[in-house]
Design a protein around this ligand. Sequence first.
Ligand SMILES: Cc1cc2nc3c(=O)[nH]c(=O)nc-3n(C[C@H](O)[C@H](O)[C@H](O)COP(=O)(O)OP(=O)(O)OC[C@H]3O[C@@H](n4cnc5c(N)ncnc54)[C@H](O)[C@@H]3O)c2cc1C
Ligand code: SF4
Length: 427
Amino acid sequence: MLIVVGTYLSKHKKKSGKTEGKIVQAKEDGVHEPVHISPFVDPGKCIGSGACITACPEKEVIGLSGGKGKLVHASRCIGHGACAIACPVGAITLVFGSETRGVDIPDVSPDFQTNVPGIYISGELGGMGLIKNSITQGKEAVGYIIESLKEFDGEDGGDVLDVLIVGAGPAGIGASLSAQHAKLKYRTIDQDEWGGTVYNYPKKKIVMTASVDLPGYGEVKLNETTKEALLELWEKVLKKTGVKIHTMEKLSAVEKIEAKKIFKITTSKGEYMTKKLLLAIGRRGTPRKLGAPGEDKTKVAYRLLDAEQHQSEDVMIVGGGDSAVEAAIAIGDVEGNRVVLSYRKDAFGRIKSMNKVRLEEAEAAGRVNVILGSNVKEITDKEIILKTADGEETIPNDYIYIFAGGELPNAFLQSIGISIEKKFGTR
Ligand SMILES: Cc1cc2nc3c(=O)[nH]c(=O)nc-3n(C[C@H](O)[C@H](O)[C@H](O)COP(=O)(O)OP(=O)(O)OC[C@H]3O[C@@H](n4cnc5c(N)ncnc54)[C@H](O)[C@@H]3O)c2cc1C
Ligand code: SF4
């Protein structure tokens, strides 16, 4: 009996030690705190069954320590909720932010309307993440919009849209399908390609989702698929239903014309009048630009989808965060590529310790050439002109990736009058 108990306790201690070690590392790497949503494990209820850990499709969001579930890499949580469902004693609730890290969530009423009448929010921006949930919310929001359009009954709208849908991720696609099915006068725009966050997943990522009914197409039965298969399916759906998405068009301003109860919308491509505005813009924001001449060339990108697409090419990465460093290492790992990592500061102050080590190795092996204290002066078809402490340097170049952070949607939302609440570990 004593041997059994002793072995159990020693295993427990080892497991706790491992988890605590991972928590220390995760804190050091800045990935311990949640980005958005994450599980709160009530220590008073938790019996340490570990069912949440087995159920979670992501890696090491929760670990066991002292016989209780504890957050390890909260930033990896995407809000499946599988942990909460699996927990046999109901010890888990999903919350926004943590006690120390607030997360901004706009105020949205049950009909998806914000405090600004006529402006609606659906999908992850409103706090409800995941593909199926976002599609469903987009559809439901259009249902409420159709109801509210009754206030315009009898008025000739002319060129005025019924609804302008901004964002073509899962929420915007769901909304557009509903708008098309209901024969609304609508326009869907996206500042990027359609597909939203899904389009930006790493190549061949396994996607967990659930069956969903798509207006004008029917039920699609999905549980586990890949990024590529999901985008292919959506392409088929858009083609069959005739939904048109205007890509590379960014929303830049919203003005309410009170007298007519409509909105004047300015985008990067034009101006529209619309009765209702549906924001399905997610939470990733807009990549920040450098403002350098030549930045509008097609060889300039703000995210890396596939390092292998570069073979024996001259590639420059600009930035000093983990995304920039990881992209430089990944492209440098493909034999034959010549990679330059340009960063405006004199040291990489805020990257994960593991990335620091990997970058030093890549630099020593000649796979990445780091140029600190440098700024892009100009981008030409075949070269980049860098400004460095020693003067100007002209570098051969086929592609350039810029990781200069992003402008989050909150400031824009507040500028158009939408109120936002900061949540510290609450729903
Ligand atoms: C790494 C990762 C893995 C994930 N894995 C899964 C998974 O397996 N299963 C799952 O269900 N969920 C998963 N998710 C979550 C899921 O992808 C998101 O919850 C979902 O995409 C949110 O949909 P959305 O339409 O609200 O926003 P998004 O998908 O973010 O789409 C928003 C769109 O709005 C556009 N936009 C933003 N600002 C503007 C503007 N000013 N003008 C015009 N357009 C604009 C953007 O370009 C974007 O296309 C994952 C998320 C991540 C980050
Ligand atoms: S909500 Fe999902 S991703 Fe987050 S811990 Fe639970 S199962 Fe994992």
